[in-house]
Structure formats: C-alpha cells, structure tokens
Design a protein around this ligand. Structure first.
Ligand SMILES: N[C@@H](CCC(=O)N[C@@H](CS)C(=O)NCC(=O)O)C(=O)O
Length: 305
C-alpha cells in the first residue's frame, strides 16, 4: 500500500519477516492535556475509517464518554491511491489550515516534514499546533479515558472504563486480545507461509474459545462490570463473519457459531449509541474496492438477543 520515507511517499509495502506479517509501530506522539479536548471544543479532530477496527475502538470510546459534541469526527475512505484517501478522492480542507489534501499521508508530512512510517488511521489531529497528537488507537483511547467529563454529562462521567481494582486484569487481557485475536486475524490474512498462517489462525481460534468460555459465566469480560476490554474486543467481533472469516482465512468457524460470544456481541451492539459506530456495508465493501462484483454479505441478525 506504500508509506512515507523522510516525508516522501514511496511504494514500500507492509513488513513481512519469514513469511509472517509484522505490524509497524505507531510513531506520532505529541503531548496533550486531555481536558483541552472539552475545554477547547473543535480544536481536535478524530480521523477514522469505518472499516478499520483500530479506528472503531476510538470511535466507540468517543461515543461512550459523550465526547462527540467536543471532538469532531472525520471519516476517511474511498479508493486507496496513495494509502488512505483524505475524503473519498475529493480535496479535504485540513482543520485549522488553508491546505487542502487528497491523501492522508499529506497530513503526516504536514505534521512532520521528515516523517518516516506508514500513513495509518486513526489519527488525533490538533488544528492549533498542526500536529498529529497520536496515530495509536490505544493511546488515543487512554487520552479520552483520562478526560474529566463536565458536570452536565454526569451520567457518562460516572462511566469508568478502567476501574482501579481491575486495571491490571484489564491490561493483561487487552494485551492478549490484541496479540492473539485483534492483530492475529491480520497475521492470518497477510501470512505468506503455511506455518505463519497456521500459528496465527490457531491463536485466533483458541482465543475465541477462551473468551466464549469466559462469557459462559460472566455478563462481560470482567464479570458484571462493562470495561475497556469489552470495547477493545467488540470491533473484531463485529468484523469477524463479514471480513476475517473469508478475507483473513479464519475459516474454522464464524462468530455466530460461538453461542456466548455471539449473544454478548449482540448485547453490546444494541447498547445506546453503539450501532451508529458500525457501518457493515463499508466494512464489507472495503474488501472489494475496484472489483466488478460485490458479493452478498453473509446473513447475520444483530437484533437484541
Ligand atoms: N497501531 C495502530 C494500527 C492502525 C492501523 O494499522 N490502521 C490501518 C487501517 S485498519 C491502516 O491505517 N493501514 C494503512 C497502512 O498500514 O498503510 C493503531 O492501533 O492505531
């Protein structure tokens, strides 16, 4: 798909080591006072893609914590010519600047003219400093979670996604979900050897089995308390049958074959505000860009369980 080297776009592709896909490290880190997001509404923009699970995590936390009115969301998408298009092939006005861009990588070079790395989403953009505060979903989520939500949003401010007493269990489980499952499906999909594929796909399904058993005895991953771990897992579950099952060759079983996970995924989907963070058509279509025929989406009923 290409990447930036010293601020210049190149066709260098994704990293494969011994047949196995290795995800690049996100490397935009500018300091921020999280409360600036609500004290200066409109200063920051979250840039995300409907099809991207990492973007989805950040959109979920923005939605759940009631940050939408302070933090605009810009959805990237469309045909990838030089990586992510800024606005479906149209020029996009960069917030806080007169520049109009066609490709997301131009935002990276604006933030850092010497930038070397992939042009990924999600991005937290600061229109005042013209910097990418972060291009790492977990850091963006942490920034959002540390905002003191104003009094008028009291109901949402009481929502603690990482309660103190569960923080180390959440951290451990989140790391496991990331390595075995959320990134595991990409390691299965991008593997270039049978061994690399076998290892990845085995990890994906043993993690799904483990989570399914965990949910047999608890409402959420941490028991009765809905936490960050649930929202980290959700984007992968939502994409599993329409994307990873076929496109990442995770063909052993579908989400709907795991009774507890499927019930749980539908429960989360039907919570207030969550469905509007999911665009099934965009997830499905992202795999068929430029194709003459768009296959039907597998049947799945996301109505409340
Ligand atoms: N570590 C990043 C990963 C983000 C990521 O890889 N996003 C994908 C879309 S799902 C992307 O932008 N890929 C473009 C590329 O690798 O060039 C995060 O979690 O934020």
């Amino acid at each position: 798909m290409g990447m930036l080297i010293k601020g210049q776009w190149t066709t260098q592709d994704r990293l494969i080591i011994k047949g196995a896909y290795v995800r690049n490290i996100s490397n935009c880190h500018w300091p921020i006072s999280p409360n600036d997001i609500i004290e200066q509404p409109g200063r920051f923009t979250l840039i995300a893609s409907w099809s991207c699970p990492w973007s989805h995590r950040t959109m979920l936390i923005r939605q759940i914590l009631g940050l939408s009115e302070y933090l605009p969301l810009h959805i990237t998408g469309g045909k990838k010519v030089q990586g992510y298009s800024a606005d479906r092939g149209k020029l996009w006005q960069v917030p806080g600047c007169s520049l109009q861009i066609l490709h997301m990588h131009q935002l990276y070079s604006l933030s850092d003219p010497d930038y070397t790395g992939r042009s990924t989403v999600p991005i937290l953009w600061d229109s005042q400093t013209q910097k990418i505060i972060s291009n790492e979903s977990t850091r963006i989520m942490d920034i959002f979670s540390s905002i003191t939500v104003p009094k008028k949003n009291q109901a949402t401010s009481s929502l603690q996604l990482v309660p103190e007493h569960l923080s180390s269990a959440i951290e451990t489980l989140d790391a496991e979900i990331y390595s075995q499952l959320a990134n595991g499906v990409y390691r299965a999909g991008f593997a270039q050897t049978q061994t690399a594929y076998d290892v990845a796909v085995q990890q994906v399904f043993s993690m799904l089995d483990k989570l399914n058993s965990r949910l047999a005895t608890g409402r959420y991953l941490m028991g009765d308390k809905l936490t960050q771990s649930d929202w980290l897992l959700f984007p992968t579950l939502v994409r599993f049958d329409i994307d990873y099952y076929l496109h990442s060759r995770c063909t052993l079983s579908r989400l709907i074959d795991f009774p507890y996970l499927w019930h749980y995924a539908r429960k989360l989907y039907n919570m207030p505000g969550i469905a509007k963070t999911v665009n099934f058509a965009a997830i499905h279509e992202s795999n068929y860009q430029g194709a003459n025929i768009l296959p039907l989406m597998p049947l799945q009923d996301w109505q409340p369980p």
